[in-house]
Write a protein that binds this ligand. Sequence first.
Ligand SMILES: Cc1cc2nc3c(=O)[nH]c(=O)nc-3n(C[C@H](O)[C@H](O)[C@H](O)COP(=O)(O)O)c2cc1C
Length: 451
Amino acid sequence: MAWRDLRELLDDGLTGDLRRVAEPFAPRHEIAAALRQAPTEAPALLFENIAGHPGWRVAGNLIATRRRLALALGVPVEQLADHCAARRGQSIDPVRADEVPVQQVVREGGDGLLGALPILTHHAEDGGPYISIGVVMCRDPVSGERGMGVHRMMVKGGRRLTVMFANPPMSRLHAAAEARGEPLPVVIALGLDPATLVGAVVRGGAQGADKLGLAGALRGRPVDLAPARTVPLEVPARAEIVIEGRVLSGVREAEGPFGENSGTYFSDTSPVIEVSAITHREQPIYPGLCPGSADVDMLLWLAAGADLLAQLRAQVAGVIDLELARGTAAFSMIVSVARDCSRSEARRLAQLALALDRRLKTITIVNDDIDIRDPNDVAWAIATRWQPARDTVVMEGTDAYVIDPSASGAGQGSKAAFIALRAATGQDARMRLDAAALAKAQALFRPPGFV
Ligand SMILES: Cc1cc2nc3c(=O)[nH]c(=O)nc-3n(C[C@H](O)[C@H](O)[C@H](O)COP(=O)(O)O)c2cc1C
């Protein structure tokens, strides 16, 4: 079973793998730099001294390693993908909360409401502070359907945020409200337990699964909800912070630049949320997530990769594992297949994956003697096993993903697969060192005192 809330994970789960940072760090640039530059095996970070925001804390780098992601979801690391795929079809409905810690402090008045929060400014040319990991939730007033997703929001001053609705279900429910000429009430939950967060970013699918029910299934226990203070919605009672407000009908404002997960700046014209209240816990923890960081890669792997892996395994024999290339915003994927998977079968696999995943732009298919988590190994497979004319599949006329800088303004894009499999003759078996000689050599380079 996963953690009840973010605090329980930090206090009881991450002991030994959490660094509490006592020195002052500023929300403008400094915390994001620490999150983005954290080395691969760095611990989770809890900044306890936020310049200009006494009493507030910022947590980040929480799920940057597979080990921590597994711990956060309460499953053994080797079962991560299977666990998520299995829970995808399940649902545990939310329940009415007995206690509502997120409403310990209520702020409703004044124009400077958003200034109370240590909202991070991430990259050098960013146009201002951005909420990068806020879960936006709504309920369609006509159908009752719940919407939930992570959507970036820029602080525009006072009580206003822009919000980027590029993905369903929020984009669809917002469009429906606008077509009726109505504002859309929303709540934005910040500082959720990771399982609920993952529930918010998984693919909704054609039926638009209820993501709160899915979050409950991922947690193995229901999400606790309580009535919001100023909008006709419910809020996750154990979040750290909740922002309440309405998306104004027919209003758009310029936002950006914002350094995106694609590694480049992005500007847009987006809908506007007018904030009506902010509630939070005492000693609140603001969730920091820097675009392009390991936390994002892990979140996308779980949200997009784990599900796709299950679908591919069901359709094509010999599919072994799947990884997203780090820092590519899930545009590039590597899949490993068994030795007996033929090139034609690999092409079918590639076409299937590219068609199923809207965001995916390139897929590289390798055999399982390649470590798909080692970029050098993958580069070696492409250099030595891929013949460009023979082994490339190009798919044209696909939708370009909105934050892909190479497709900006085009609307339409294309996709490619690289089949980098071993030759049937077996003449490209990898050279290897003699096992006993390797062990002796490794002892030579082992640091003194290291057994
Ligand atoms: C870190 C992160 C940031 C995201 N930011 C946005 C965003 O700004 N706008 C948006 O529409 N979707 C954003 N998403 C995607 C949605 O939250 C959600 O994953 C997506 O709607 C689910 O996929 P689907 O549209 O295929 O159902 C983000 C996802 C992640 C993991």
